[in-house]
Ligand binder design. Structure first.
Ligand code: BG6
Length: 484
């Protein structure tokens, strides 16, 4: 099946931090794919802005090298790549000084859509916003894209929101959570609200529990300095897993429109109960399996930061009363796997003999790898010997079902950047949503800090600490296997 590509209007995308990892590894390779697909029009331009001394030719060479390194050969036709690189410019800008701003002003075109991507640390957001505003190059039609981490706690997130609000309207601000750009995450909304099959059952009456897992095999490696101040709670739960939880648990919005969707997500976050200590397991990877310990990576021999977390949550509203949500995420685990698993209740009464067995349906929505869904249904075990029940998966791997190769599914970043250009905020976080997520997160972190809780050690390549398994076992449930 060939996907429909609708070109966007001509634009200037200005990336502050244009020479940084995110720009080189994600944003520019992603834009190149959109260019090659015909979605990014030939008149569009990307302007890298950073501190390094470099000219546009040097920038093109740098980005050429990253695209060759990060995109497989079959995705880069030289003709396309050459034309794409011609669309790049570079300007040297001092984010906290005066250098380069006049050059940037000359470069940006007044007649096209303009998006400024803040791919820099949050400490520079204010300085850049002020200079954009002061130089008159960020009028009310311009869009600002800001990256996570959006604050470290509620206070810092509020301060960032206030800083941005001094210069821009909320409708101009696009706070990125790249999980919202993943194909399957959006499919979750299509599945829930585009079918009659699921929504009538999508509540505590029929759903036993929900599990959300984002397991990674990578260690914190070279990011130890950032990560040690953050930990899995701030790095993953407060944003990515929270967004998955919201889309799974929210009420149907009246329409697929930015504020209707974000209003419903916000209600979920506000309905989250505080989490008692016994419902949280924090872990930290030890050394093993050829991997150095977390503490070595963090260069902090005393670190109590968690590289793994599992928790049980309750959403205090009518729909979810009594249905727990279990979340887990961690580094250095057995496999890379992200999925949302909805475990339904068993049928209320069995008409079959007791030894026929009894099963519950399970819907698994896989974000990565092998994006897709499978639904376990109960059937009769084939053959003679009476009625015995068994579970079989109705498997729908999107690449198989849609005849799409992995290359055809846009990466989260490329989709989100195109949404910015189209002016669609649906898949971006609103300021109040981010603040509500911190308001729920902060007391949890304060709780374990005040108690002086140390994380449980776990082996690299395992499924995390034993206690995380017990979190479900004690409720008579179990995590799905972390199979590749
Ligand atoms: C980032 C986190 O936001 O998401 C990283 O800071 C994490 O620690 C990454 O590794 C995971 O993203 P993905 O798309 O690889 O699942």
């Amino acid at each position: 099946m060939v996907s429909r590509v609708i070109p966007v209007d001509p634009f200037d995308l200005i990336i502050f931090g244009g020479t940084g990892d995110l720009a080189r590894l994600k944003i520019l390779p992603g834009l190149f794919r959109r260019f090659a697909s015909g979605q990014m029009p030939p008149e569009a331009r990307v302007i890298g802005a950073a501190r390094s001394e470099m000219d546009s030719a040097g920038y093109r060479e740098m980005i050429h090298a990253s695209i060759c390194e990060f995109l497989p050969e079959k995705q880069r036709r030289e003709g396309d790549l050459g034309k794409f690189l011609e669309r790049l410019e570079y300007v040297r800008v001092d984010a906290t000084g005066t250098d380069g701003w006049a050059d940037l002003k000359t470069l940006v075109r007044s007649e096209v859509t303009k998006a400024y991507y803040f791919s820099v640390g949050p400490s520079l957001f204010g300085a850049i916003a002020e200079r954009l505003h002061g130089n008159g190059i960020a009028g009310p039609k311009c869009r600002m894209v800001v990256e996570k981490p959006f604050g470290h706690d509620l206070g810092s997130a509020q301060a960032l929101n206030e800083t941005l609000a001094r210069f821009f309207d909320e409708a101009q601000i696009y706070r990125i959570d790249h999980y919202l750009g993943k194909e399957t995450v959006q499919n979750l909304m299509a599945v829930r609200f585009g079918n009659v099959l699921f929504e009538p059952l999508w509540n505590a009456q029929f759903i036993d529990h929900v599990q959300i897992t984002v397991a990674e095999t990578v260690s914190v490696g070279g990011r130890g300095a950032y990560y040690d101040k953050s930990g899995a709670m701030r790095d993953m739960i407060q944003n990515h897993l929270m967004q998955l939880l919201c889309l799974t648990a929210m009420e149907p919005p009246s329409k697929f429109d930015p504020d209707a969707v974000r209003d419903e997500k916000l209600k979920v976050i506000r309905a989250l109960d505080p989490v008692p200590a016994e419902n949280i397991v924090r872990g930290q990877y030890a050394a093993g399996d050829g991997v150095a310990s977390y503490r070595e990576h963090a260069e902090n021999p005393e670190s109590r930061t968690e590289s793994f977390i599992a928790m049980k949550l309750h959403i205090a509203n009518w729909r979810w009363n009594g249905t727990p949500f279990y979340l887990r995420t961690g580094k250095c685990l057995k496999n890379r796997l992200s999925e949302i698993v909805v475990r339904f209740k068993e049928p209320p009464h069995s008409i079959f003999e007791a030894d026929a067995g009894r099963n519950a349906n399970e819907l698994a929505i896989r974000l990565q790898p092998n994006e897709g869904m499978d639904l376990n249904v109960t059937i009769k075990e084939p053959g003679p010997g009476g009625m015995r029940l068994m579970e079989v998966p109705l498997d729908m791997t999107f690449a198989d079902a849609l005849g799409a190769s992995g290359d055809a599914v846009p990466d989260a970043y490329e989709r989100l950047v195109m949404d910015v250009i189209r002016g669609d905020q649906t898949l971006f976080m609103r300021g109040d949503e981010v603040e509500a997520a911190w308001a729920w997160t902060d007391p949890i972190i304060e709780g374990w800090t005040a108690r002086g809780d140390a994380p449980k050690l776990y082996e690299p390549g395992s499924v995390g600490p034993e206690e995380a398994l017990m979190l479900m076992h004690r409720d008579g449930r179990r995590w799905r296997d972390l199979k590749a």
